[in-house]
Ligand binder design. Structure first.
Ligand code: G1P
Length: 283
């Protein structure tokens, strides 16, 4: 019998953050609903999860995030309006998601950091390994590989440990990311020996940045519970994973594909241009 500890079907989306860099657009709308061409950011990430077989989708939401729940639900008026018309094709993608995936929502009542957001979902996740996706990081697959989460679930089948997606970034940008250092194990895989959340250039031991895709084993919840507030007074997932890496194997994976930082206006514009040129078909 295959134990549930070997199978990942859950993906967690922390979406409680305010999106202040996109004000005023995000004043009354979740930043995850900002469209890249004609699809909201969060839908790209859910599609990536679905491609990886992660069909139990959980959101850690907050106040003002209702539009995300509505997006993954039926809109009767709209459906009735466009049934049988040429516009139905625009809903094909979201309909497929709704058929294939289950959705669960929980709220993070206080903004105490990404670690705290993930811990809020402990009752939903239970004693299972799970993926985490930050929708701000838009990951587009390379022509010769799967999406990033699918690449990571494959690695998990072999190593059964926490895995972080990483990418080399310019040295003057290390202060924006969790930075990882470690020993190269094999092509694209690094055994993590140290991690620091948003270090200065002087503090950073490498330029390997954590991108918003993780696979975590459920013991991470205990590590988060023991993690004191760190950078910016928030409970940082980076600190909890560092503690986990001191007790066992944690891997960083240099994924294949491109990634856009859609939490910044520049990255958002780049992603929009990229998706318009490469993925948008109006007919
Ligand atoms: C979070 C994590 C950070 C990671 C980043 C990836 O930071 O705390 O370690 O490198 O996501 O996007 P945030 O961008 O939410 O401040």
């Amino acid at each position: 019998m295959v134990s549930s500890k070997n199978i990942i079907n859950k993906c967690l989306f922390p979406v409680a953050g305010y999106g202040t860099r996109f004000l005023p657009a995000t004043k009354a709308m979740p930043k995850e609903m900002l469209p890249i061409v004609n699809k909201p950011l969060v839908q790209y990430a859910v599609e990536e999860a679905m491609e990886a077989g992660l069909t139990d989708i959980s959101f850690v939401t907050g106040r003002g995030k209702r539009a995300i729940e509505d997006h993954f639900d039926v809109s009767y008026e709209l459906e009735t309006q466009i049934n049988g018309t040429s516009k139905e094709k625009y809903l094909a993608g979201i309909r497929e998601i709704m058929e294939c995936c289950n959705f669960t929502y929980t709220r993070q009542r206080e903004m105490k950091g990404l670690g705290h957001a993930i811990l809020s979902a402990a009752p939903i996740i239970g004693d299972n390994p799970f993926a985490v996706a930050l929708a701000d990081d838009l990951c587009m697959q390379a022509s010769d590989s799967n999406g990033v989460l699918a690449q990571m679930t494959e690695i998990f089948q072999q190593f059964r440990c926490t895995i972080l997606a990483v990418q080399e970034v310019p040295h003057d940008e290390v202060h924006k990311y969790g930075i990882v250092s470690g020993e190269v194990m094999k092509d694209r895989l690094i055994r993590v020996t140290d991690m620091v959340e948003k270090p200065s250039v002087e503090e950073a031991k490498s330029n390997l940045a954590i991108i918003g895709r993780y696979i975590m084993t459920p013991d991470i919840f205990d590590f988060i519970r023991e993690t004191p507030p760190g950078k910016n007074g928030e409970v940082q997932i980076t600190d909890a994973i560092k503690a986990q890496s001191e007790k066992g194997l944690v891997l960083a994976y240099k994924f294949k594909g491109s990634r856009f930082d859609c939490g910044s206006v520049e990255g958002f514009v780049e992603a929009t241009n990229y998706c318009f040129e490469n993925h948008y078909y109006s007919e």
